[in-house]
Write a protein that binds this ligand. Structure first.
Ligand SMILES: [Ca+2]
Length: 316
């Protein structure tokens, strides 16, 4: 296990930490597995048992992601892509020989923070459409190649979909205007965009790396936001400067909003921006025997002292 990490980032303290935490998480996991394995022994039906083991491993890896994030919060006051949690873990062999019982499988995973993305649920915070955020989303869609009139239509549709009233910005009934029944509540995930009139799988795929659907409004993390999202959020910052920001923050992540504004005069970042992240999406993959399980877990790290909460966990 340690050798795999060493190959990936030789001598990195961050990688050593990730490997150590993984070892601890797996030790706990495998202890649990011993018990499960015994109770499952009577109904050991090959594939079914492999699947159960793979699921246990994927779940255990999600707990390991929580451990890494808790450790990060204790040791740093900002969040950026150079930290331990951002290291992708390549498939690692998992082996535990115990008397007659030997578990073998592979485990990999990654943690992607969400606060640097454009939160689609900011379009209608507290059920009411926010014109500034609608403008920001239009800018993002245009930067990603959508024609401006289409971008406006799409942004208004998401705002209508997620606000709590049943009329459009022009006062017309949503159902009659769009021809479908609207949800009128925040999006549960980015995939829900496909229900919103005008969004296609191709557009969703293009948007995916830039957007999130978080249950709460959090400041946009200036240390992790892609250039397009920075330029969309901060109208004074054009895309070329935003791309410079992304290149330059690798060496020197922002300490706070004032640091950002001092380094990029005129960018005018406000309190809607920040330098930390609360939401993280952990994707873990585990294989065992013939079975492969992929799991997604949305984690919320509310404070430095709390273990990150699991908001939802989904097997793919
Ligand atoms: Ca951090």
């Amino acid at each position: 296990m340690n050798r795999a990490f060493a190959n990936m980032r030789s001598g990195s303290r961050g990688a050593a930490l990730v490997a150590a935490l993984l070892t601890v998480a797996l030790a706990t996991l495998l202890a649990t597995q011993m018990i499960t394995a015994q109770s499952d022994a009577m109904q050991n039906l090959g594939g079914r048992r492999d699947f159960a083991q793979a699921r246990w491993l994927a779940r255990g890896a999600a707990d390991w992601a929580r451990a890494i994030l808790a450790e990060d919060a204790r040791n740093s006051r900002i969040d950026h892509a150079g930290e331990s949690w951002a290291i992708k873990v390549p498939p690692l062999p998992v082996k535990s020989g115990q008397a007659q019982d030997i578990f073998e499988g592979k485990l990999s995973g990654e943690i992607v923070e969400q606060d640097g993305r454009f939160n689609l649920n900011r379009l209608s915070p507290a059920g009411k459409a926010d014109p500034d955020q609608i403008d920001a989303f239009v800018r993002l869609l245009v930067l990603l190649g959508t024609a401006e009139n289409e971008a406006v239509r799409l942004a208004l549709a998401v705002a209508d979909w997620t606000d709590s009233d049943t009329v459009t910005a022009n006062g017309a009934p949503e159902r009659a205007s769009y021809g479908v029944q609207f949800d009128d509540q925040p999006l549960l995930g980015v995939g829900s965009l496909l229900s919103v009139p005008g969004f296609t799988p191709a557009l969703l795929a293009r948007l995916q790396p830039f957007v999130s659907a978080l249950p709460r409004r959090v400041p946009l993390n200036l240390n992790t936001a892609p250039a397009e999202v920075l330029a969309a959020e901060l109208p004074e910052l054009d895309l070329a400067v935003a791309q410079r920001v992304v290149a330059e923050r690798v060496r020197a992540p922002f300490r706070d909003i004032a640091d950002f504004n001092a380094r990029y005069a005129g960018a005018a970042a406000t309190a809607s921006c920040g330098v930390t992240s609360q939401y993280f999406l952990a994707t873990t993959r585990a294989s065992y025997g013939e079975s492969l399980v992929m799991m997604r877990t949305l984690l919320h790290r509310a404070s430095a002292n709390a273990w990150p909460d699991i908001l939802w966990q989904q097997m793919l």
